[in-house]
Design a protein. Sequence first.
Length: 320
Amino acid sequence: MRAAVHTRYGPPEVVGVREVPTPTAGAGEVLVRVHATTVNRTDCAARAAKPFFMRLVTGLTGPRRTVLGNEFAGEIEAVGSGVTIFRPGDRVFGYVEGPFGAHAEYLTVPAAGSLATIPPELSYEQAAPATEGAHYALAMIRKTRVRAGQDVLVYGATGAIGSAAVQLLASVGARVTAVCATAHLELVAGLGADRVIDYTVTDFTRDRRRYDVVVDAVGKSSFGRCRPLLKPRGTYLSTELGPRAENPFLAVATPLLGGRRVAFPIPRHDQAMIVYLRDLLASGELAPLVDRRYPLEEIVEAYRYVETGQKIGNVVVTMA
């Protein structure tokens, strides 16, 4: 089978498409013929091993997993012994951060893992980008227990995480203020934002409204800058560690003070999470944004584009 392989850390050019052995489904596993996958920030970080501590997970001197890709959509080709919930021919999508392997024509996945059937009205290319950004956004929403009627600000509302966060927040009835650039104001409003701030015109941190939760979906701000936006017991979350890697420490210290606080959720992915997202896809409450599509042979270009920081939503990679 064809796969995008990297055997050393570095820029996009370390990735090359080559022939590798096709895996087989073991006990409790399914073999998926991948039709669509994505390139995202997680893939980029694992490929480059940046920040450096990534090597503690990916391999100190070289990558343990040479085929990246953490979200996918495809068709079940075969099932291993003991598998009863899926069968060959099922259209499925899922998430495999850690093992990776979705940048390939075939992939084995635990049947009890982060895997679910695709709603019948969705294509593979629509389903593939429904997990990575959305599961991070979902972890933030669940950590802060956002409920109907609460006020939430999302900074970076056009990225994979931010665009998913706006939709997921709208689905639970939160009042959403989204922050983006001029060109995307209508797009973000269409995702379910009640109010949109153009950061090229207005410094969103000077907004006079106060929020129960502020989500920094691009990791470009800080608790210090966003603290004035929070209600007295409001919560700030970021997708990044923050200046001087402060966010995990603030997540421990600030709740002890009883006022505005930082939360730093550790996302978990399992079948229940995927089923929850599938139901939102089926209802139309979640519709992942797709910016560009590349064939597998052009995956290096996909990496380059993602690393410009200019993508809107997701970048999809398709198999011939």
